[in-house]
Design a protein around this ligand. Structure first.
Ligand code: M6R
Length: 615
């Protein structure tokens, strides 16, 4: 995915766009660029690398006087990350300039046609094809930019959020979306365009979120006109008031977003059950579940679709739903599910989990499940995201913006929402007695404070990180509820430190991975008192007798594992189904510190982007 930003109004566009790009850099960071209309011409500067690299060039290359401009931060799809492939892209005449987030799937055939018509291309991107297609339509038909964009987009297959302007009409920016988000900030005599609201939150709290297949002409002084791309019908703009504030999208004194987000988890989990877990009344209330209770209760099974960390949260929920509510659960990689002709029908409930609500594979899996008649329930963090809109009903995690590419608070808040749902269903089905149910509510309510205690291990985890930072490989082992936590711990380490790591169910070790163990192999073993404790202790013995280095994640006060392991990190005691909310904390901290010690870019690890909007 990429980040796009634009401005038209009475202020200097350049600083607004530059700051906006920094805020959107989490969306992609292999190259960046800005185009400003300075009153006479377009000034464009772009470069491979981060927004900071662009900033250095900008001082020399860009006039700062213009009040109209667009900017882009890229995660490459078509064409390697280099200066030429960076956005914005000019049309052949140099009149039009465009930024684009998404993929034009039929760009090769469009390009061939344009080449036949005399167009030339500097870059390998699909975006340069699109801007020339728009120019071609505009010239052929002798029409205005807005109309040309509309006709061109009707020839395009793929996904896009675009912003384009014409230097001969410097009082408007044309924007459009299909499958990639686009928000328009509405100020007084000024408008902001961005992939999310973070670039304009300090200027206006009023925003319009374009729907798929909508385009808008954003005119200086005149406002926003929205149309459907397909049938040209006018759409009344719906201006919503944003709940976001500046503090939420800044680092707030932390060195990295990831660390801030790790430390935000007590608050985030509390926000997740605020207004839902009513402990005085002893009930859980979730509108999306209550309104669809029959669907849940009559379901033959729950099928979870998700990717990455969200898939790990789905795996935890398999244990939770099955144990508490006795509903069979299957957890699917969305990317496999969508191409597998899955057996699914109206008797299934599909739960789609996604922090961003934008993941292309998850979105496609939802559409497939819907087409087969299943009821689809979304668990998303980003309010108003594509997945939140595409699902029949859902529950937000309310974690607040997660900007670090490595998912942390999204994971624990997803588990929290899924636990609430499972408990509500368990109560409705009578699979938990009322005293067990109340006990679960009480224990859940204690989790934010217990996460705070788990975070106190930070300094000690840092010393462990220092000892093992140069290891070439790590193993993570867990059982039951904590098997997915082992997978998540390994993913966290891989993605930000680039150290190879594998997660396994502890008992599987004997079926292969045990061959890897020697004195150079650190093995993180989740061995909390509840759930298969003795079995995991046996696994630890097996590792020890092969000289592996054991880092145990244990319940506070545990002596048995302490005597066996090289290091133990304690987490507070809780009921078994809630242990993942605590055991995951030291694993997040361990990967953070190792990555930092290795000099990695923790918030923007190589090759990754925050949401994967391409398959
Ligand atoms: O936004 P989503 O939850 O749908 O994203 C899914 C994965 O791309 C995401 O969890 C990814 O694995 C993270 N980088 C993990 O930290």
């Amino acid at each position: 995915m990429c980040g796009i930003v634009g401005y038209i109004g009475h202020r200097e566009a350049y600083p607004i766009i530059l700051k906006g790009l920094k805020r959107l850099e989490y969306r992609g960071y292999d190259s960046a660029g800005i185009a400003i209309y300075d009153g006479n011409d377009i000034k464009l500067s772009k470069t491979k690398g981060k927004v900071a690299d662009l900033e250095e060039r900008l001082e020399k290359e860009i006039s700062t006087n213009g009040t109209l401009g667009i900017g882009h931060t890229r995660w490459a799809t078509h064409g390697v990350p280099n200066d030429v492939n960076s956005h914005p892209h000019y049309s052949n005449s140099g009149d039009l300039v465009i930024i684009h987030n998404g993929i034009i799937e039929n760009y090769e055939s469009l390009k061939k046609e344009l080449i036949k018509r005399g167009y030339t291309f500097k870059s390998d991107t699909d975006t340069e094809v699109l801007v020339n297609l728009i120019e071609d339509v505009k010239k052929k038909e002798n029409i205005k930019l807005g109309k040309a964009v509309q006709i061109a987009l009707n020839q395009v297959v793929g996904a896009y959020a675009i912003a384009v302007f014409d230097k001969n009409k410097p009082n408007e920016i044309v924007v459009a979306r299909l499958g990639s988000p686009l928000a328009i900030g509405v100020g007084k005599d000024e408008f902001f365009i961005a992939s999310d609201a973070s670039p304009f939150i300090e200027y206006t709290k009023n925003a319009i979120y374009l729907e798929d297949e909508e385009m808008a002409i954003v005119r200086r002084h005149k406002g926003v006109k929205i149309r459907k791309i397909k049938d040209d019908s006018l759409v009344a703009p719906y201006i919503q008031e944003l709940q976001l504030n500046l503090e939420q999208i800044e680092k707030g004194g932390y060195d990295h977003f990831m660390l801030k987000e790790i430390y935000e988890q007590p608050r985030a989990i509390l926000d997740t059950f605020r207004g839902r877990l009513l402990s005085n009344e002893g009930i859980i209330k979730m509108a999306g579940v209550e309104d669809n209770m029959k669907k849940f209760l009559n379901a033959n099974r729950i099928v979870v679709v998700a990717c990455g960390t969200s898939w790990h949260a789905g795996l935890v929920s398999e244990y939770i739903f099955e144990n508490l509510a006795r509903i069979p659960v299957e957890v699917e990689y969305a990317s496999e599910f969508r191409y597998r002709n899955p057996v699914i029908n109206e008797n299934d409930v599909v739960i789609a989990i996604s922090q961003s609500g934008e993941t292309a594979d998850t979105l496609a899996a939802i559409k497939l499940a819907k087409s087969k008649g299943a009821f689809v329930f979304g668990v998303c963090n980003v309010v108003g995201s594509s997945i939140a809109r595409e699902t029949h009903a859902g529950a937000y995690t309310h974690a607040g913006p997660e900007i670090g590419v490595a998912s942390t608070k999204a994971f624990t808040t997803q588990i929290t929402v899924l636990t609430l749902i499972a408990l509500r269903l368990a109560r409705a089905k009578g699979t938990l007695s009322s005293s067990d149910y109340r006990h679960h509510l009480i224990e859940l309510e204690l989790i934010p404070d217990k996460v705070k205690i788990a975070l106190e291990s930070d300094a000690y985890v840092k010393t462990i990180a220092d000892i093992y930072k140069n290891a070439k490989n790590f193993l993570y082992l867990g059982r039951g509820y904590n098997f997915p936590v082992a997978l998540e711990g390994a993913l966290k380490l891989k993605e930000i430190s680039y150290i190879h790591a594998e997660g396994y169910p502890a008992a599987e070790m004997k079926h292969g991975p045990i061959a890897l163990i020697d004195e150079n192999m650190p093995i993180v073993v989740i061995a909390t008192k509840k759930g298969h404790y003795e079995k995991v202790v046996s696994n630890i013995q097996e590792i020890k007798s092969r000289s592996g280095k054991i880092i145990g994640i244990v319940t506070a006060g545990d002596e048995q594992v302490k005597n066996l392991a090289d290091h133990v990190i304690e987490v507070p005691e809780t009921i078994e189904c809630l242990t993942p909310l605590l055991t995951t904390i030291p694993l997040q901290l361990l990967s953070y510190h190792i990555a930092l010690m290795l000099g990695r870019n923790v918030d923007q690890p190589r090759n990754l982007a925050k949401a994967v909007t391409v398959e």
